[in-house]
Design a protein. Structure first.
Length: 107
């Protein structure tokens, strides 16, 4: 359980730091240091840590929708984004099917 608390604390710290981060944006304009898809992925992991698998699944659907549409910037991060999406699906599956890991023989 210490890991879950650590992750929540890490997410909270990221949010506070982002809101306080200096920016070259004009006064009054929002300052963001992370992409929206990164924040949704963090929220997904937060929901998993809290055991709220329904919320985690919905966040995963939102993340999928964002990643399958045409990218807004051609930054070459599509492969990394897709790998993160696959890993998130795997995490949710393992949380929903904990007995399946026990049934599988380990090589």
């Amino acid at each position: 359980m210490a890991e879950a608390g650590g992750r929540v604390s890490e997410i909270d710290n990221d949010i506070v730091q982002e809101r306080q981060a200096p920016s070259s944006a004009p006064a009054g304009a929002p300052r963001y240091s992370r992409r929206l898809s990164d924040k949704i992925l963090l929220a997904f992991h937060h929901a998993c840590d809290q055991g709220d698998l329904e919320v985690a699944e919905q966040l995963l659907h939102v993340l999928e929708m964002m990643l399958i549409r045409r990218p807004l910037t051609p930054d070459g991060g599509r492969r990394r984004n897709m790998e993160s999406l696959v890993a998130a699906h795997e995490r949710l599956w393992h949380l929903r099917h904990p007995a399946a890991e026990l049934d599988q023989p380990h090589p």
